[in-house]
Ligand binder design. Structure first.
Ligand code: FES
Length: 166
């Protein structure tokens, strides 16, 4: 009887189709594990960099901005102001909770639509919950005569170097 069991078990182990099946299963598992390891290794070795647009934007030729104008660049969240002293740039993002402000030509002010903060055209706060004035941004002319603005760099308001004079 015992011999019969041993013989049956041996036959099962020696069954080529059964052995082949387990071999393929094992190799498949190894393949999946290797692919997973390779994917994680690639993610680990790849630089963890966030690709964001450059903070420097080209605002075009100065003659696009008439004297005594305040122009909102909606896409970049800045104002280009052409004043008697020259060109300067302000952030158009309200210092209260970050809404985009707008120039109100009829009132001669910059206004925030969210909670009513108001600013002069030089960014100075007039009223409202905004805790700070609108920051001035670095502006300069490139070799082609275009105005460039660095949205990531604040400059002192009304300072001589904060203007571009053409
Ligand atoms: S976000 Fe501008 S006043 Fe609140």
């Amino acid at each position: 009887m015992a011999d019969e069991k041993t013989t049956a078990s041996d036959e099962q182990l020696n069954d080529p189709s059964r052995r082949e099946f387990f071999m393929k299963l094992g190799l498949g598992s190894l393949g999946i594990a290797a692919a997973g390891t390779a994917a994680f290794s690639y993610q680990y070795l790849e630089p963890n960099v966030l690709y964001e647009p450059s903070p420097v934007i080209n605002a075009g030729k100065p003659d696009r901005y008439p004297l005594d104008s305040v122009t909102l660049d909606v896409n970049n969240g800045i104002f280009i102001v052409h004043s008697q002293e020259g060109y300067f740039s302000l952030s158009a993002v309200c210092t209260h909770l970050g809404c985009l402000t707008a120039w109100k030509q009829e009132l001669g002010i910059i206004a925030c639509p969210c909670h009513g903060s108001k600013f002069e055209e030089n960014g100075k706060k007039i009223e409202g919950p905004a805790p700070r004035p609108l920051p001035w941004k670095r502006i300069w002319l490139n070799d082609d005569g275009d105005l460039l603005v660095d949205r990531s760099t604040d400059v002192p308001p009304l300072a001589r170097d904060s203007f571009v004079r053409v």
